[in-house]
Design a protein around this ligand. Structure first.
Ligand code: SF4
Ligand code: SF4
Ligand code: FES
Length: 260
């Protein structure tokens, strides 16, 4: 429920997950902190105040404070969100914070998303595979505005990990490329400068670690803080892979996605 800034000031209770892997003798637990709400308070401001005023050992990550760097993802009352652009007035009196699941825990609310994303990029070879060697003397080729915009749309991902944390499949299969990976693949499939054909992509995407592993309930789409059209990305990949698969003679898996 939203609470307008004109409301009487609330005292918020933060129940925060605490665990330091370097002190395994202290069991993971929730620790409560109370804080008076101030107008336009974000979770970033609240956590900083808790660290400055109540417990300097609290671990969490922030850098840009403006939904650009992707480092402040966490579970807020069970839902993946960016803490820097989440206002406390949109949350109830009791705010429960956990680290994003599916990523390596550094401590408390801090996770290492870099390991997961680096591995995903390595596996999907997340760079343009040039059709011809780069020639610095060649005139720049023009690109249709709409196509450039479609590629730019895929580049808006800030790698916050919210879609991965909210995905049941990614939580049980660390090799699953997740919505962030599928978005990345679609970005290169769209790019005419990339030499990879649908046949090449089929070998990368058409496994249970790729589009066939996705159960399509679109939690990723719902939680993406940048509003990426992950539903459309998923449909686009299915269409392209269905075509590539059928040209190979089809398979049971393809018939199942066609029916889905
Ligand atoms: S649709 Fe569901 S299974 Fe597929 S990537 Fe999104 S959250 Fe995961
Ligand atoms: S697709 Fe959205 S939720 Fe997933 S990592 Fe990128 S910005 Fe975050
Ligand atoms: S601090 Fe950069 S996205 Fe939140």
């Amino acid at each position: 429920m939203a609470h307008e800034s004109t409301d009487a000031a609330r005292t918020l209770t933060f129940e925060i997950f605490r665990f330091n892997p370097e002190q395994p003798e202290v069991e993971p637990h929730l620790q409560s902190f109370e804080l008076d709400e101030t107008p336009y308070m974000t979770l970033f401001l609240a956590l900083n105040r808790i660290r400055e005023e109540q417990d300097p050992s609290l671990q969490f990550d922030f850098a840009c404070r403006s939904a650009v760097c992707g480092s402040c993802g966490m579970l807020v009352n069970g839902r993946p969100r960016l803490a820097c652009n989440t206002l406390t007035r949109d949350l109830p009196d009791v705010i429960r914070l956990h680290p994003l699941p599916a990523f390596q825990l550094i401590g408390d609310l801090s996770v290492d998303t870099g390991v997961w994303f680096r591995e995903m990029h390595r596996r999907v070879e997340s760079w343009v595979h040039e059709r011809a060697p780069f020639d610095p003397e060649a005139p720049e080729e023009r690109m249709d505005d709409e196509l450039a915009q479609a590629i730019y749309e895929g580049e808006r991902c800030i790698e916050c990990g919210c879609c991965v944390a909210g995905c049941g499949v990614a939580n049980v299969n660390p090799r699953f490329v997740g919505a962030a990976g599928m978005n990345r693949i679609a970005r290169f499939m769209t790019d005419p400068r990339d030499a990879r054909s649908d046949e090449d992509w089929f070998d990368v995407v058409s496994t249970e670690d790729g589009v066939f592993g996705c159960v399509g309930l679109m939690a990723c789409h719902d939680v993406c803080p940048k509003g990426l059209p992950l539903l459309e990305v998923y449909a686009y990949l299915r269409r392209r892979m269905l075509g590539a698969g059928l040209s190979r003679g089809g398979s049971n898996e393809l018939l199942q996605i066609e029916a889905a």
